[in-house]
Ligand binder design. Structure first.
Ligand SMILES: *Cc1c(COP(=O)(O)O)cnc(C)c1O
Length: 228
């Protein structure tokens, strides 16, 4: 058995008695590598770039549930709106409107799942909305008239640090945003259920703080080589 299959089994075991699911993050890895995780039974994969996602979608089996987890430019929505399951990186009303518009055009049988990316880290380079911006989005008339998307939760990228206390606070912050949005806008709406947080270095901490979706790349596929 390949070490990738072993890693998939390891995470299956770790998540078995939790509500959390694993998004296997495949960026920079070739399809042969991804296929090893697929053959081990894994079906939820995440990419952070549109072009890479499009290329891999074409080459891999179509029962994969693809998540886009990286920043999405409005003019690129059209390349993935046919097949993407979830866009985790929704960070503006304008982007959400475009996703809805493209999903409508494509006659999809299921809506595109969207997650609101909220900023929890202190680095300015991280995309994501403030809590108030998310509230404004959900209060807008434009949002109320969208029928081809559904909002399934929130996503956050924590600060790149070893400071466990800081990470824990950021995960708690995201969890509390989730609870507040749920109470205000999604009360009794079971679609709004996911908190996507935690990566290779901090997924255990994220689970302790209520993550329902961890995004793990190098912990499954090994280190990334960006120079290939
Ligand atoms: C790359 C990436 C991950 C996975 O990172 P690892 O540290 O390799 O687990 C998770 N989330 C996002 C948004 C990413 O871009």
């Amino acid at each position: 058995m390949s070490h990738i299959a072993d890693n998939i089994r390891y995470f299956d075991e770790q998540l078995k008695n939790t509500p959390a699911r694993l998004v296997a993050v495949t960026k920079t890895h070739p399809v042969e590598t991804i296929k090893e995780a697929y053959d081990a039974g894994h079906r939820i994969f995440g990419e952070n770039k549109v072009q890479e996602l499009v290329d891999k979608y074409a080459l891999l089996p179509h029962d994969i549930e693809w998540h886009l987890i990286g920043h999405l430019q409005t003019n690129k929505v059209k390349y993935i709106s046919d097949f993407v399951d979830t866009i985790q990186s929704v960070d503006s009303l304008k982007l959400l409107m475009e996703i809805n518009r493209r999903a409508e055009q494509r006659n999809r049988t299921t809506p595109i799942n969207c997650m609101l990316q909220l900023s929890i880290a202190d680095e300015e380079t991280k995309f994501g909305m403030t809590y108030d911006e998310a509230v404004a989005l959900l209060q807008s008339d434009e949002y109320r008239n969208m029928h081809y998307i559904r909002i399934t939760g929130v996503m956050g990228i924590a600060t790149n640090t070893d400071d466990q206390g800081k990470l824990r606070n950021e995960f708690r912050q995201l969890h509390s945003y989730f609870e507040q949005l749920k109470e205000t806008f999604f009360f009794a709406n079971p679609d709004f259920k996911d908190i996507s947080m935690g990566m290779t270095s901090d997924w255990q901490l994220a689970l302790e703080e209520g993550s329902t979706m961890i995004r793990v790349g190098s912990g499954i596929f090994g280190a990334r080589n960006y120079n290939k």
